[in-house]
Write a protein that binds this ligand. Sequence first.
Ligand code: G6P
Length: 370
Amino acid sequence: MTAEKGGYDHFMLKEIHEQPKAYRDTMRGRISEDGRSVQLPELKITPEQLKKINRVHIVACGTALHAGLVGKNVIESLVRVPVETDVASEYRYRSPIITPETLVIVVSQSGETADTLAALREAQRCGARVLAITNVVGSSVAREADDVIITLAGPEIAVASTKAYSSQLIAFFLFGTYWAQTVGSQDEENVAYLLAAMQSLPEQVEHILAQAETIKSVAESISHHSSLFFIGRGIDYAIAMEGSLKLKEISYIHSEAYAAGELKHGTLALIEEGTPVIALLTQEDLYEKMISNIKETKARGANVLGIVNEGNEVEVAKSVDRHFAIPRTLPLLTPALSVIPLQLLSYYASLALRHDVDKPRNLAKSVTVE
Ligand code: G6P
């Protein structure tokens, strides 16, 4: 069994460490040799059809939906087409407005989630074209979608998704860039710049993984608490949601993810002396606002861990109790790095509490009932 786990104690830890490879494999062959364009020959949608798309719905469940929240940021920012995200189990029941120019993107690691499959079928029935992002070739979602982008994360065994999720982010980066280059919404230099930054991500993840022990000690201290908060703004909020879900899934510690500016509209009262707060500060245009939100929590006694960009540690250290620095990348790409310490945090918290990390209670890897 240990051999299957490649020497790691758990599949989850192995899969966390496989992310540099998963990123490389998902990008391989999809970025031209000169590093200046994305090629997705697997797509049947023609450039002409893609140019006509004027609305996107991203539909998924759980962790895959959180990848979709990042996908929304990526597509809106690179292509400037409006994107809505939906919980798959809700999508069918809200009469979504679908036109022939709507692209529905379903995201599913397994490709077998019943709610996601039902949403896919409903979208097609209403006349939408469906693009699937999935990790399993030949899965129901892959077979039924009009277009498929396969993430090459390799089999994921641990129930809590790590490398499949982060590879979905890479798929969104690739598709968003491909779409932008197709419609000309980003100039060639921007595309080349984006692709160069994407190709540095695997090495940057390796750099983060080498510091796993730092996160272990934070995780051990938070494992004594019954409630904590994850806060962030912009794309960091999407990562706060994923960090919070991961922690709940395997450590059973209650946590909430909040858009940092929203805390003061009700929830701040739940922050007491010693409440751990994980604050994401990777978006530098929102940095000052984040610092003032952190101060609001500190005034109530919060114990804050800041996830910051390298180079900002000294400044951030003035406002937080502890910090963890991630290597610098483009603001849009930070989720592929900032999620790594949060995955490690939930892994080590679950471990400290002696839970079954790979098989958490009440959760299945793939849910095939609606
Ligand atoms: C289950 C798993 C979650 C997962 C969700 C969606 O609920 O426990 O970890 O995010 O299904 O799975 P999918 O295979 O569609 O990505």
